[in-house]
Design a binder for this molecule. Structure first.
Ligand code: GDP
Length: 195
């Protein structure tokens, strides 16, 4: 049976942990720009409105907090890897995200999104190594799985897991467009929010 959509409501944006509301256990979504993060959060919530909130100019570079109706919060972190972003902004991004990931007491799980077709980029690998080194709990979610042809799927799963230095079973494969793996990921999110 399909699980119920996450009931999310946009609460607040900020750049620093102390500006963010505290609403109990929190999960965060992070990934490079264009990985499919907004589409995925929308699919989990069955709400198009949410992506619009996070994609509003000016908010894409902020930490966006959504409350979950049954408790806890979902956080949309700004995408990394804009090729044209000047160095000093990349520096701001790092200090904002690192500050959040290291200091946010409510944070129970970080979902790191990696494009199924492209595989982990050097920035994705850097992010995973950093999370591992700092012992921040995280789960890799492979997005846009519909883009990988079925003949290549097994090999792609193996290569992507290897690229992330993980076992195949550790990775959640999803497609927001084709509604693949969304129920499973939603259950996983809820299990963390209700801890
Ligand atoms: P974000 O920048 O990470 O928030 O990415 P978006 O959610 O805006 O998606 C970036 C692009 O990927 C858009 O053109 C989406 O239509 C496309 N996209 C997102 N999810 C999927 C998916 O599951 N399958 C396919 N084929 N395309 C997707």
């Amino acid at each position: 049976m399909a699980s119920k959509p996450l009931q999310l409501t946009f609460v607040q944006s900020g750049t620093r942990v102390h500006q963010l509301p505290e609403m109990g256990p929190e999960v965060a979504f992070v990934g490079r720009s264009n990985v499919g993060k907004s589409s995925l959060i929308n699919a989990l919530a069955h709400q198009r409105q949410l992506a619009r909130v996070s994609n509003t100019p000016g908010r894409t570079q902020l930490i966006n907090v959504f409350s979950h109706a049954s408790g806890g919060a979902v956080v949309d972190l700004p995408g990394y890897g804009y090729a044209k972003v000047p160095g000093h902004i990349r520096g701001d991004w790092s200090s904002m995200i690192e500050g959040y990931l290291l200091d946010r007491e409510e944070l129970v799980m970080v979902f790191v999104l990696v494009d199924s077709e492209i595989g982990p980029t050097p920035l994705d690998v850097q992010m995973l190594e950093w999370l591992r080194y700092n012992e921040v709990p995280h789960t890799v979610v492979a997005t846009k799985s519909d883009k990988v042809k079925s003949a290549k799927r097994q090999r792609r799963k193996r290569d992507l897991a290897e690229g992330c230095m993980l076992e195949q079973g550790d990775i959640v494969w999803v497609s927001a467009s084709k509604n693949i793996g969304i129920d499973r990921l939603r259950d996983l999110v809820v299990s963390h929010l209700l801890t």
